[in-house]
Design a protein around this ligand. Structure first.
Ligand code: HEM
Length: 315
């Protein structure tokens, strides 16, 4: 849903390559759909849940299966709200609270005339949000049967859509700069459209609080991660691994854990021994204590390595 919004929004920007009228026609249909109440509720719920899951993942994730892409995906995703909060509060909350009508002329004037430093910020967030969405879609769709056939077309679209959107942003911005005049401003920057200075200050303050709140949550997640690591190290734990990887994975884990048990490794809380036998063990956590591992020979360590774990963690 979030990516669909991005595609629709970016295609709308791309109309800036044609004319301001084309932008206005596009935004008419774009907003008719996305501001339709059930759609708007679903969209903002999805956005909040998605951001929440991102922060939760920052705390919770211990291991990344695809070593480079998953942490990158997390960092890109976490930076999007920070970069786009001002834009969304300015446009959406301005409309909800005060009935502002900020469409392309108003938003483009803000970026290209009032606050040009925000041009690079918007280009950055367009790139980041798009790459994040494409990685997400790729991780989701790559196993589907049609993916192999569709991949070249998807790649072409993944490059074309943001490129055209950025060019449209540039052309639209240039159009606004070229047409900027007292008359243009009288027509396009009325209090009804962009609000009063006092209203803008309220929106700016809300943006500041939202940013501080969001950053606070990110810092909290990092602190909680740190506290957990210290706590676990004190208890001598070297690894804690979720078994919520599907039945097959749980069974492989269980088989391996049986081997470890046979090698004399104590299984903390006894959960590992049942992980493969009972499907309801999926989703539980498995813990290995360092002092147990320290007593094991090379042989057992090789077992751990075979599962992609880091043997020297055991030292
Ligand atoms: C140069 C880049 C951008 C420009 C020129 C731009 C322009 C606009 C404009 C004119 C609106 C108000 C009309 C409408 O709803 O379409 C808007 C709203 C919005 N934009 Fe953007 N946008 C840009 C980038 C982004 C990005 C990267 C995101 C998300 C990651 C985003 C998310 C939103 C959202 C959520 C709304 C409010 C929709 C609503 O609830 O009405 N925008 N944008």
């Amino acid at each position: 849903m979030l990516f669909a919004y991005l595609v629709s929004h970016f295609l709308n920007h791309a109309l800036g390559n044609i004319s301001m009228d084309a932008l206005a026609a596009g935004v008419y249909y774009h907003t008719a759909f996305w501001q339709f109440l059930p759609v708007a509720i679903a969209f903002y719920t999805a956005a909040l849940v998605h951001a929440g899951l991102g922060i939760w993942a920052l705390y919770q994730r211990r291991q990344f299966r695809w070593k480079a892409i998953e942490p990158l995906q997390l960092v890109l995703g976490l930076s999007v709200p920070m970069l786009v909060i001002a834009h969304i509060i300015g446009v959406r909350l301005g409309q909800t609270l005060y009935g502002h009508e900020k469409l392309y002329p108003q938003v483009l004037f803000l970026y290209w005339v009032s606050a040009p430093y925000r041009i690079s910020l918007m280009l950055a967030v367009m790139t980041i949000a798009w790459v994040h969405g494409c990685i997400g879609l790729y991780l989701w769709l790559r196993m589907k049967a049609f993916f192999k056939r569709a991949a070249p077309f998807l790649l072409a679209a993944a490059v074309l859509v943001p490129t055209l959107a950025m060019l449209g942003f540039y052309q639209g911005g240039r159009n606004v700069v070229d047409n900027d005049s007292v008359d243009w401003r009288k027509e396009n920057l009325t209090a009804q459209q962009v609000g009063t200075r006092a209203q803008q200050q309220v929106l700016d303050r809300i943006t500041d609080y939202a940013l501080i709140g969001y950053l606070g949550l990110v810092v909290l997640a990092l602190l909680a991660r740190g506290a957990r690591a210290i706590n676990e190290r004190r208890r001598g734990m070297v690894e804690k691994e979720p078994t919520d990887l599907g039945t097959g994975q749980a069974q492989r884990d269980a088989a391996e854990l049986d081997r470890l048990a046979a090698g004399g490794v104590a299984l903390v809380r006894g959960q590992l021994g049942v992980a493969g036998l009972q499907q309801n063990a999926i989703g539980r956590y498995v813990e290995l204590l360092g002092r147990d591992l320290a007593h094991r020979g090379q042989h057992a360590l090789a077992d751990l390595d075979a599962a992609g774990r880091d043997g020297d963690l055991a030292g």
